[in-house]
Every structure is written in structure tokens, then in C-alpha cells.
Design a binder for this molecule. Sequence first.
Ligand SMILES: [Zn+2]
Length: 420
Amino acid sequence: MLTLTYEYKTNPTAEQIQIIEHTLNVCRKVWNFALRERKDWLNSRKCQVNACSLTSEYIISADEPYPNYNTQAKSLTGAKVQYPELKTVNAQVLQQVLRKLETAFIDMKRKGMGFPRFKNRYRMRSFVYPQMGKSKFLSGNKIKLPQIGWLKYVKSREIPDGFVVKQARIVCKASGYFLMLTLECDVNVPAPVASGHPLGIDLGLDKFAATSDGLLIERPRFLDTLHRKLKLLQRRLKHKQKKSNNRHKLNRKIARLHQRISDTRKDWHFKLAHSLCNEVGMMFVEDIDFRTWAKGMLSKHTLDAGFGQFVEILKWVCWKRGVYFDKVDKDYTSQVCPQCDTHTGKKELNDRIHSCQSCGYTTHRDVAAAQVIRNRGISALGRSVEENACGDGLAGTGNSLVKSRKSRKKGEEASFQSAS
Ligand SMILES: [Zn+2]
């Protein structure tokens, strides 16, 4: 099974905008109500029976079950009698809100994400139609959605042959309303085979990236100009009165600029990823958790560069172009000599040159790190081929590679993913 997400800009009429905003509003109310229900239940179980606190008491009876997705979806159906507003929105859309809340709680427990938050009107920005069904809902540059009706969109790309639209999501961004279509195709696409020219990539703060072929990529400067503009606008914000019309207008302007920065950066990431894929058969990067990087001292620069997003995009582009992609162990990449494998000791931040004491190899430090990454990637490949030769399966068919890659794929962003 192959899943893609295509994004289109829409041109809704004034009436349709009203319906979209109304839907978002009802979704937000459902989210907040369901979250309150869960929070109350959890709070009521917090304090011990023999040590009741002054602030929280046992307010929900002991045999009351925890409000999970099933019970909440059931009570949502019941609530429609009392609150006719709930009937104005598609039932599946509202159920999807509850489902998302369920995932938020599961992610909190399993992945250590934060506690789900209440949403104000700036934080509920999208809703999804989970099943588009069999009937014909696409015609020219229009899509038929429940309640909204025929919605016009800019058909910037055709839906590829053999793909079926499974879900439609409406997203409200600073630059307008967007339509995201989840496409599915019932084919098995084999993962790219590891062969051809290998390339290691080292990501850093001084230079954005360095390749093992000696190419150094500078940080994009055009973002600096946009960031300066952003700062200027944000400084102006404190002179505006709270809740005033001018403040609202300025906030809109800031939101549009944020959008432009993130769009520009993403575009640059895609172009860079494509140019790196030229004439390359295998791509290796460090396995770094960029979230911990982003918390450190250099957080602003890290977020600015968006390394996490770039690695995800690179992985997706590699898959699309048939380039083998893998992550390798990140430890000591800058302290090892790529030629003779000896430890050269820690380099200071301003040490820009790698120069080996034992074999005399000299190059830029980031290029040396990229070469270490490439070597590690190749040796990891060699190992799995050996394992295969000794164990079951045929050597060279790459069965074990496919398996290890599959397990790594879990929990990654849906929009860049492909599942087989
Ligand atoms: Zn050396």
C-alpha cells in the first residue's frame, strides 16, 4: 500500500468560508468538552482517600469508567438531541476530533509528548473527512464535500493514475484555506536497493550541510532578511492595544510572514534534497534526535535551519528517486579519521580543519565527518549482507535491510511516508 498526501489551495465562496469556520468552531467545542471530561476524571482519581486535599476532592463516583474514545463517541451521538448545533456538522468529522484526542493521550503516555491542551480559535485549524466513499466527488477543479458543497480549488497537479482519494482535510492557514487529499494506491513498491555511488551527509550549524564528496552547503541567507522583517513587526506589537483592531491586523501580518518563512524554507529543502540525489545511489545521514538539539544552547539556529524537516524530506526524495537511504550511529563522527579510523580527539568549535596525526589526511572538518558517516553506512550494509549469508534467506536480496527499515519507519510523519 502506497500513501501520498497532495495539498491544493482552495477558492471558497464567502458562504463556504462561513461554513468552514463554523465547522472549526464546533470541532473546537467538542475537543474542549471531551478534554475537560477526561481531565475531570483524572483529577478525581489523584488524591488519596486518607489524605484529601483542600483543592481537589473525589467528585466522580468510583465505578464511573474512564471516558475513552468509545464512550465519548457514544455520548456525542446522544448529545445531538440536546444540542442541535452538533447536527450541523458532519458526524464523522466530529468523531475524528475525538479520535485525535485519544491519539493525543496515547502519544503522551508512549512517546512522552505533552498533555493535550484546550484550544482557542487560533489553535483549531483543520478538520478531516475520514471516508470519501465511492460516489463521484471530483469534477474538474471542484470537489464535493458534505455540508460545504462543491468547493473550487487550484488544481496544481493531477491525481496520478491508480490512486484513490481516501481522506480530505481542510486546513486554514494564514495564507488561506487549503485542501489536503490523502491518496492511496494498492501496489507494493520495492524499497530501493543499496547500490551505486555512496554519499554521507553531515548537518551542522556553521555550514548547513557537508557531503563526503567535499561539497559544502551554506545556510540559506534569504531567511535572514525575512527574520529581520519578522522581528520588526513583533517589536511593533507591544505598542498596540490588546484586543484592538490594529493589533489583530498586525497579528495577521505576522502570521502570514511566518507562513512565508516556513514555505520558503521547505521549498529550499526540497530543492537541496533533489540536487543531492543527482548521481547518487546510496545516502547516509546521522541518526540525531533534533528535538534535544533544539532545546540546547543553539536552539534558535537549529530551529531556523529545520534539520528534522530536512532529514524527513531527504528520506522521502531519496525514496522517490530510488536512492537507498539509511541513518547511521552519530557518536564521535567528528573525532575519527575517515582514512585510518584512529581517534583524533575532540575538536574545538573553531577548529575548521581535520588533520590526522597518524596518516596525514587533511580536509575540512565537516567533510571528514561526512566521510566517516559514509564509511559507517557502507560497513553497516556489509554487516547485514553477511548476516543474511549466514542465516536464512539469500545473500544480496536485502531481506534484512527491508525489515530493519520497516521497523524504523514507525511513528514518522505521515505526509512523507510510504508503506509497503
Ligand atoms: Zn588518519
